[in-house]
Design a binder for this molecule. Structure first.
Ligand code: PLP
Length: 628
């Protein structure tokens, strides 16, 4: 790809590309000869239907493709290794609980006997209502009360393969009690804590100190209790989870080996283990770096499947234990790539560098010196010029504070300073073969333009805020033009944390995003890609920006697309009711106040009517910036 300022060819994974008209396109991974779909056109068509940005766009082909790829990856690995057991994947509902997503996962996974993993009663209720193949598993993790256990046990009566995974010794006593009462023997799993610790953002999920699972001593206690109760036959699954987005293949292999060893030992104690559940952790290469850094992975999906199967196979052969069915709980890897958030840029605050600022006759000498710097910039002395500019600007600010400079003059000083900084930055960018000093690099970092964007980081990209998650973000048009600005992004909340200043770019990660100057009368849309995992329900109502509009599309061979479903984002009234306001009552109270105001301030009845109808309309409106 020419001029790939954003590294799309590295992270796009064959799903995202660029058309000759400079627009981003979506490739259908399920059909190699399908024409790509123009993303900018999709957004235009949605807007014509009244679906405004910010919009979360789900692409069902991407989801189906990932589910196929994971299942086929394991099938192939099983063949290559001559593994004697099967593979059964389950999708952990917590990664994306949205009905349209879970329903599609169940639908696309059915032919592979793909199941679901749940961590709470609410999620179990979702799982029990899905069309899962009778061979598919429902795996119950998390803390379980007797109601949870009752539901799980009863569901097995309907032929569902619901496995209750014990998270603690106490839970076992409860399970035995409920199971006796109902006269239904449980299908049990045991969650074990492994010693291996992994790197990445979720390191705390693994190792001795992780909060989940049983220690070796507790596993022994559980096995002995089951033996006493004559239930050892019910223990069919061993579970462990090493955390999400594990970047390093070596760690995954070590983990699989340790899990296999435990499995062998527990089987030796007489348990009827059939399933080895290796949890989640399969990562997504958000940056395209193919490295073991936090937002990347140093392995492919095929390698992941092969490594797990081979490691388990080797250990089982070594111990003479028959090959178990391998289960994984990949959530992120199933859904991350299948959605993207598209939002518009509302305006930009730029470091002007082309502005003409002339010194005037009676300008303060400091201001004159400041203005003159920009005519004498030399590549060898940029830091020196930067120091001078900052010094003059600070002195002029001090004069203003002491009442010796007027506001219009200070404004010229600020503009001259910004212009100089912008020019320095531009020289550094243009001469990027030069080695700039750390000090200079550090100081120009703060000189990026600010692009103000119509979305809420807290609602739509919470992990970007909470754990510095990186999602590729790119303009969806004008990619045939060289970006001429460097920017950081701000959202529409009035929180200073509502800001993105780390980006995936052509050669890795940078603190500014190359973008285009905004054209008047032309919307400039950005897309944040691979946001399908975890973001949707972790989001909160910061500043009362609610759910965005959500649309699921199906890419068609012709290069066109079909809308499968659309869910309107929250209205202001809905968001207000989440925080216990009653919109009807708000309106009544507002009306009463307004009527009093008519009496007191002499507003006309027409003004009153207009005010009330504007209030009413606002209640029904989108919580984001609406363009007229
Ligand atoms: C969160 C979670 C997963 C999903 O992990 P991913 O890395 O997203 O695949 C799987 N299993 C358990 C027990 C989890 O808590």
């Amino acid at each position: 790809m020419e001029n790939d300022a954003y590294g799309i060819s590295r992270w796009g994974d064959g799903l995202i590309g660029v058309l000759t008209n400079g627009n981003v396109c979506l490739h259908d991974p399920l059909s190699t000869d399908a024409s790509p779909v123009d993303l900018a056109e999709v957004i235009q068509k949605l807007e014509r239907r009244g679906i405004q940005t910010p919009v979360l766009l789900r692409v069902s082909n991407f989801l189906e493709h990932r589910i196929r790829a994971i299942n086929e990856g394991f099938r192939k690995a099983i063949e290559q290794v001559s593994y004697q057991g099967d593979y059964r994947g389950v999708f952990p509902i917590k990664v994306n609980q949205q009905a349209h997503v879970v329903e599609r996962v169940s639908e696309y996974g059915e032919e592979f006997y793909f199941g679901l993993e749940v961590g709470s009663k609410a999620e179990l209720l979702i799982a029990l209502s899905q069309n899962i193949h009778p061979q598919g598993l429902i795996i119950c993790n998390g803390y379980k009360d007797s109601e949870f256990i009752r539901l799980a046990l009863l569901s097995t009566k309907l032929g569902m393969r619901t496995v209750i995974v014990m998270e603690s010794v106490r839970e076992l006593r409860l399970i035995i009690e409920v199971s006796k009462k109902l006269g239904i023997p449980p299908t049990l799993g045991v969650r074990v804590k492994l010693a291996n610790v992994v790197s990445g953002n979720w390191a705390a999920t693994s190792g001795d100190r992780s909060s989940f699972g049983l220690s070796i001593a507790q596993v022994m206690e559980v096995v002995e209790t089951l033996r006493k109760e004559d239930l050892l036959d019910c223990l069919v699954l061993q579970h462990s989870h090493l955390g999400s987005q594990v970047p390093n293949m070596v760690e995954i292999r070590k983990f699989a080996q340790e899990a296999s060893r435990l499995f062998i030992e527990i089987a030796k104690l007489g348990a009827n283990l059939k399933f080895l559940d290796l949890g989640g952790g399969l990562g997504v290469d958000y940056t395209g770096e193919n490295s073991s850094s936090a937002n990347s992975i140093n392995y492919s999906l095929e390698e992941y499947c092969y490594s797990l199967v081979e490691t388990v196979c080797f250990e089982m052969n070594d111990a003479g234990v028959s090959h178990p069915c391998i289960v994984t709980e990949s959530g992120r890897a199933c859904v991350a790539q299948s959605s993207m958030l598209i939002f518009s840029v509302l305006e930009s605050t730029s470091y002007e560098r082309d502005e003409i600022i002339l010194a005037e006759k009676d300008d303060h000498p400091l201001l004159r010196s400041l203005i003159e710097i920009s005519d004498s910039l030399e590549r060898e002395s940029l830091l020196e010029s930067l120091n001078e500019a900052t010094y003059y600007r600070d002195e002029l600010r001090a004069l203003f504070r002491r009442g010796r400079l007027s506001l219009p003059v200070l404004a010229r000083a600020e503009r001259a300073h910004q212009k100089t900084l912008g020019q320095i930055r531009k020289m550094m960018d243009d001469l990027d073969e030069m080695e700039w000093s750390d000090e200079l690099n550090l100081r120009v970092q703060g000189m990026a333009d600010i692009y103000h964007c119509n979305f809420s980081l807290f609602q739509s990209l919470p992990d970007v805020w909470a754990i510095d998650q990186l999602h590729p973000i790119i303009p969806i048009t004008r990619l045939h033009e060289k970006p001429d600005r460097n920017a950081v992004l701000c959202d529409v909340t009035c929180d200073s944390d509502g800001r993105i200043d780390r980006f995936v770019v052509a050669d890795g990660v940078a603190d500014c995003l190359p973008l285009h100057s905004l054209n008047e009368d032309e919307e400039y849309y950005l897309g944040a890609f691979f946001v399908g995992a975890y973001q949707e329900t972790l989001g909160d109502l910061h500043n009362l920006f609610g759910d965005t509009n959500v649309v699921t599309i199906r890419l068609e061979n012709s290069g066109d697309f079909e809308i499968l479903d659309e869910v309107e984002g929250d209205t202001v009234a809905q968001v207000l009711s989440y925080v216990e306001y009653e919109p009807k009552r708000l309106l009544e109270r507002f009306k009463a106040r307004a009527e009093d105001a008519v009496k007191e301030h002499g507003a006309t009845l027409d003004e009153l009517k207009e005010l009330v109808s504007t209030y009413r309309e606002s209640l029904q409106g989108y919580t984001y910036y609406e363009s007229d």
